[in-house]
Design a protein around this ligand. Structure first.
Ligand SMILES: Cc1ncc(COP(=O)(O)O)c(C=O)c1O
Length: 373
């Protein structure tokens, strides 16, 4: 990112596939709700998990969307999905504990586990195209395993866990007494025939050690507002509220009003964004499979493609980091090295960028790959 910034500052025409956030603006109805909250003086501390309407609108959303019941003491607002994950991990893990993390993983997962003094134990999933299976989880369990972190749709791979496998994994976790964090920040971005599946819909006996981390950031193009939530059993939520109460307190009060409007107001903007991602995704995948040295399996969710670039690592380029570095230097195009996510040989491309940028970037990547493959 720094190298790309330096190039941009020097006037280079940089194409950026690095962004982990929507390129869309926050919808107007959400901004207006924030304006109104400010005007009405909703600018003070709130209770740690948010004003009552925030958990209530989250509960209502899960009820209408998925037909599931959560109680107010099982829901809390957080400053982004990231804080929900942080709260859940630090209230659970102690030194000596292990957290199972499937590869490729969002970079923050192992960092928080290490922060809690525990040990990340990675699960290899390349043999199944980066789609985790219950069998892979089973093989990785040790007597110290306490937590499993799931993320479907996945950042960086875009893969979506099939519903039946998700259920099997949760049954295994329940059987072995494992806690599970299901990071569902990209839940609303799933492309058919893949199906949206929230762990919230599992039966109670599979939810008793489950924390769902959710976010407004991606769904409503609200990354800078910093609002997310955790859904977890009451006792776990109580502990998470204590942690949050003594570090950041409530999520931003104005952003809470914006988030409530996001969930309860018109949803057309989500559909419009999804339609645009769908178009870009189809175009990008169609192009990537025809570039020499590059293979790309189909991501079913989020807004990332995760191509295998090992066919280009034949001489000067030895690693996916070299690929990303040279692509930036030679073609002023940013992709993220897959090694950062535990998947050497792959790069992450975000298609949360305009069609014009996608077309220009793909042209450059093709020229680059033809040189090295
Ligand atoms: C997999 C995943 N989880 C959680 C988050 C956290 O998002 P936020 O804290 O903005 O809600 C991100 C953001 O990039 C993400 O990619």
């Amino acid at each position: 990112m720094q190298a790309a910034e330096a190039l941009r500052a020097a006037g280079a025409d940089v194409v950026d596939f690095g962004a982990g956030e929507p390129d869309f603006d926050t919808p107007d109805n959400i901004k207006l709700a924030a304006q109104e909250a400010m005007r009405a003086g909703r600018t003070k501390y709130t209770s740690t998990g948010g004003i009552r309407e925030l958990p209530r609108s989250i509960i209502n959303f899960y009820k209408t969307q998925f037909g599931v019941e959560y109680q107010p003491n099982e829901v809390m607002g957080t400053s982004g999905g990231k804080q929900a994950i942080f709260n859940a991990v630090v209230t659970l893990l102690n030194p000596g504990d292990e957290a199972l993390i499937p590869k490729p993983y969002w970079v923050t997962f192992p960092e928080i586990v290490v922060f809690a003094g525990a040990k990340p134990v990675y699960i290899e999933t390349e043999e199944t195209g980066f789609v985790l299976t219950a069998e892979q989880v089973e093989r990785a369990i040790t007597p110290n395993s306490k937590l499993l972190i799931l993320n479907s749709p996945s950042n960086p791979s875009g893969r979506v866990l099939p519903t039946a496998e998700f259920r099997k994994i949760m049954e295994l976790a329940a059987d072995r007494g494992l806690y599970v964090i299901s990071d569902e920040c990209y839940l609303r971005f799933v492309y058919p025939p893949a199906e949206i599946f929230s762990a919230a819909t599992l039966p109670d006996e599979l939810r008793s050690r489950l924390c769902i981390a959710g976010s407004f950031s991606k769904t409503y193009a609200m990354t800078g507002w910093r609002v997310g939530y955790a859904l977890a059993p009451a006792e776990w939520t109580k502990q998470m509220l204590k942690v949050q109460g003594h570090c950041t307190s409530n999520p931003n009060s104005i952003a809470q009003y914006a988030a409530i409007e996001a969930l309860t107001g018109p949803q057309e903007s989500v559909a419009a964004m999804l339609a645009e991602y769908t178009k870009r995704r189809a175009w990008l995948l169609g192009e990537l499979v025809n570039i020499p040295g590059i293979k790309c399996s189909e991501p079913e969710g989020a807004f990332y493609a995760f191509p295998d670039v090992r066919g280009c690592l034949t001489g000067t380029l030895k690693t996916s980091a070299d690929f990303a570095k040279h692509l930036l230097e030679e073609e002023q195009t940013v992709v993220t090295d897959g090694a950062a996510f535990g998947a050497e040989g792959f790069v992450r491309m975000s298609y949360a960028t305009s069609m014009a940028q996608l077309q220009e970037g793909v042209k450059r990547i093709r020229r680059f790959a033809e040189k090295y493959a």
